[in-house]
Every structure is written in structure tokens, then in C-alpha cells.
Design a protein around this ligand. Sequence first.
Ligand code: GDP
Ligand code: GDP
Length: 436
Amino acid sequence: MRKSVVAIVGRPNVGKSTIFNRLVGERISIVEDTPGVTRDRIYSKAEWLNQTFNIIDTGGIEMVDEPLLNQMRQQAEIAIDEADVIIFMLNGREGITAADEEVAKLLFKSNKPVVLAVNKMDNPDMHEMIYEFYALGFGQPFPISGTHGLGLGDMLDEVVNHFPSNEEDEKDDDTIYFSLIGRPNVGKSSLVNALLNENRVIVSEIEGTTRDAIDTKLRKDDQDFVIIDTAGMRKRGKVYESTEKYSVLRALRAIERSDVVLVLIDAETGIREQDKKIAGYAHEAGRAIVIVVNKWDTIDSDEKAMKDFETKIRAHFQYLDYAPIVFLSAKTKKRLHTLIPMVQLASENHAKRIQTNVLNDVIMDAIAMNPTPTLKGRRLKVLYATQVAVKPPSFVVFVNDPELMHFSYERFLENKIRDAFDFTGTPIKLFARRRQ
Ligand code: GDP
Ligand code: GDP
């Protein structure tokens, strides 16, 4: 199910990032064994009551060398393109400025729900200052204080009220959703087009109901696929689309809706730092991953070239050891046919369930082979294990004391699970829990 998206817009210094950080809390955790991932804090999960949603701080997408008014326009456009609900933030101490009025006009035309947040209302006697903001035409302004965390509840109640009902966007269970991510020019659009031409049975292009994205449906051997967000690749042109943070934001949003993420690498230019960062996002999100080395036509390809390239990839992307690698050319379509079966396999494995008794046989065999660790004279006791979730497959191991589960032993058990079952293409998770 698609999460609702909330964007915060407003002039510089009204307090957007202060509020963003408050709403996001400490939820952003960077996976320690993912090198090169320093997440840009402009897009994150947030939670209010029982609803989780995604939030964008449009102020974090820097438009260099643009006058204030242009920057404001672009932020408003991004919010309109990407969000279901927009928080329009104002500085209550400064009143309405010309730039605020400009933003208001754009937001008004978009017909998106807008919630007015009047910030820096640090104490209740200031609340009468909010009345002038009614003039913007978005209804009730909500007084808040980012510094003191005041008024956020009422504002969020209003935001959540405007979330679209999820019925529009119900996912069809059998369909495999996948997206392509990678640096500019690795060949994402070319590969999408190649796939579409190869598999002529295109069902339709589905217009996004609430935003700009166009998903493309394709069918191959009785399997339906949806390629996510090809619009972002096909019709480019807006000024901000070339900014790095905006591409990251688009990639994160595409990843989130995917079962399988294709991480594209350019065989011609080789692996770059940015590739690792992009792949890190997909890994952190727990999606199935297939690494695609595109432009393989530019390499004198033989078995050895492939082995060498694979060795490099494995060295640079150690945390993606589960991801299969496909070498192909979007241009000549060489080896293109190997891709879709791999996407299918990764997707199946991502949704795989292992029966508890079969799982426990594997775990108990592993323990017999490599006894559990001890800490300060106490030995880890494993009672039993069970799979608690899919996408990605997640296992809970019940133990006498989770403190005794050493990281390396956890890894060992994970590897044994992988040896016993095919989890090619998907991360798996393992948690130790105390038996109640
Ligand atoms: P942004 O540019 O819109 O992201 O604004 P920031 O979040 O960076 O905040 C700009 C300045 O306003 C910072 O110095 C904040 O500490 C301050 N600020 C943010 N919220 C409040 C608030 O509720 N009250 C007061 N007095 N200052 C605030
Ligand atoms: P995107 O920015 O990732 O969507 O990349 P594009 O699909 O626009 O491709 C960027 C450039 O790489 C274009 O000039 C393509 O023609 C070229 N290109 C894409 N795929 C291949 C390929 O398999 N081989 C070669 N030689 N060039 C390719």
C-alpha cells in the first residue's frame, strides 16, 4: 500500500527543517554495514497516531544561484508534484511577505490540500497573530512552535484528515513492481524502452492518480509487471530535476513502491562512489535487488571480462552479496532476455515463506555444527526460530538472552539459512528475542 506523502514548503528560515526533524524523530538509522550511505535528510518516514507517512522538506533541495522567488516557485512545484498534502509554513512573527503570496498563488491553483502552519508561536499570547493568515485563503492557520514542539498535534490531525483513501491505489498481489535506479546516463530510460519493445504486450500506461508519475504495465509469460516511475525518466525538463537531492528523492520514492530494484551500473565508466550510495538506499529499504551492468556492448566481452567485473562489484558492494548480477546492453539488446527471469526469481524469493519445522531443522543442525557463543560464562541457548514476515523474509530466533547473540553468530545463522534455501536477490533479516 502506498504511503501518503506530505511536503513542507515555505521561505528560508521559517523553521521547515526544525519541524521536519521533529516529525521524523530518531527514525533515520543508517545501517552500519552500508558504506557510503549518508542519507540526505530531506525525505523520511514520519508517524502520527497510527498513520505512517513520508515527509519531504523541500527546503533541503537546494537550487543554487536562483533568486528567492524562483526557488520558492520550484519548491512549490516539487511539493505539488510529489505530495498528497502540503504543509505551507509561515513565520508568524513576520506576517505575510510577497514571497509567501507568490507561493500561495501556486499552491492555490494546484488544488492540493494545504495546511497552514504558522511557526515561531512560542507562547500562547502570540496566538492572536495568526489571524492575518486567514487572508491566504487556505482556511484555518495552525499556530505551532518548532523550538518548543507546540501545536504539532492539531496541525497533524488536519494533515492526516486530508490523506487520500487507499482504495485508489490497491496493489495487485501477483504483479511484480520494479524500478530502475542509477546515476544519470547509466541507461535507465534506454533499458525501459528496450524492455517495452522486446515484450510487445504492453497493457497500459497508468496515470498516477495523485501525482505526475506514470507506471508502465508489461506482461511476459503470464506474469504481470509494473515498471515504476518511468515518467520521471521520459519527460524531463523541469529545472530542479537535475539537482542531485531531487534525483535521490525520486529514487527513494520509486524504491519504496518496488518489490525489486534494478541497480544499474555503467560498464563503460565503471563503478563510481555515487553508485554505492544509490545501491545503499535500496539495500536499506529491504527490497529485492538485481544489479544490472549495462552497456556491456562497449566491453570486449568474454567470460573473463564478466568474472573480472563481478569481482569488482563484489568488492565494492559487499553488503549486496545476495544480489545477482546481469550483464546486458540496452542498446544492442544483447543478453536482455536474461533480465526478466532474474527479476522474477528475486521477487519470488523476496516473498518466500519457510515452514517453521523445516527452518528449525536447519537452525538446530547449524548449532550442532558450531556451538553457540558464551559471554561471561553464560551460554546462548536457542529455543526455536520462526519466520515472522516476508518482503524481505524476516526470522525471529527465540533465545534465553538476546545479549548473548553475538553479531558474528547471527551472521553464521543467516548464512546457514541462505545455504539451505534459495534467497538469491533478497536481503533476509534475523532478530534474536527473549522467549516470554
Ligand atoms: P528552514 O530554513 O525553513 O528550514 O528553517 P530552520 O528550521 O533552519 O529554522 C530557522 C531558524 O528559526 C533556526 O534558527 C531555528 O532555530 C529557528 N526556529 C525554528 N522554529 C522556531 C520556533 O518555533 N520558534 C523560534 N523562536 N525559532 C524557531
Ligand atoms: P538514463 O539517464 O539513465 O536514463 O540514461 P539514458 O537511457 O538516457 O542513456 C544515456 C546514454 O547512454 C544515451 O546516450 C544512450 O544511448 C546510451 N546508452 C544506453 N544504454 C546503452 C548501451 O547498452 N550501450 C551503449 N553503448 N550505450 C547505451
